[in-house]
Design a protein around this ligand. Structure first.
Ligand code: GSH
Length: 169
């Protein structure tokens, strides 16, 4: 039985990557949630994950850590679930997008860490942050344009601040 070790769903976007994939395609798993940054949390994670980070997937004697590695692993374990697109070009694009997100977007990570419960007004958005937000919008727009049948409106899917309010560095 797959055991998925995750952190708080409110804060840990890394944890939610395999969690959402496995829920979405219907891969069964037992969820083990370890609240992060509480006393003893590291010790608890290390019982399951050699990196000391979540998520990790335990399947019998095998442990897979790192969110993308878990997604790749379950994709191979359950080929009938079609975690990646069948079409090779579409698959290459899906991987490009996933790896781009996995290895970048440091301004978004630093300035906008995930906290679904928090609502905030930002009066200053740096040029670097805005360009990463714009890149996320562009990824969504191009993927929807290429892979969805219905037309996509031209405007950005997420609100973006007016350039005059950007912090210039
Ligand atoms: N590249 C890793 C990143 C994992 C990661 O940074 N996880 C955070 C939770 S969002 C964590 O475990 N933080 C606890 C800590 O660093 O002590 C992945 O994709 O799984």
């Amino acid at each position: 039985m797959n055991k998925l070790i995750i952190g708080n769903k409110n804060y840990s976007s890394w944890s939610l990557r395999p969690w959402i994939l496995m829920k979405e395609v219907g891969i069964p798993f037992e969820e083990v949630r370890i609240p992060l940054f509480q006393a003893g949390y590291k010790r608890e994670i290390l019982k399951h994950s050699p990196s000391g980070k979540v998520p990790a997937l335990c399947n019998g004697s095998l442990t897979v850590w790192d969110s993308l590695a878990i997604c790749e692993y379950v994709g191979e374990l359950y080929p009938e679930k079609s975690c990646w697109p069948h079409d090779m070009a579409a698959r290459a694009m899906a991987r490009s997008v996933s790896h781009e997100m996995h290895s970048g977007f440091f301004e978004i990570r630093n300035s906008l860490p995930m906290n679904c419960r928090k609502q905030t007004e930002m009066d200053k958005i740096s040029l670097e942050l805005q360009s990463e937000i714009d890149r996320v919008c562009e990824i969504w727009r191009s993927c929807r344009h290429l892979f969805q049948q219905r037309p996509v409106p031209r405007q950005q899917p997420f609100p973006s601040k007016h350039p005059s309010r950007h912090e210039r560095r």
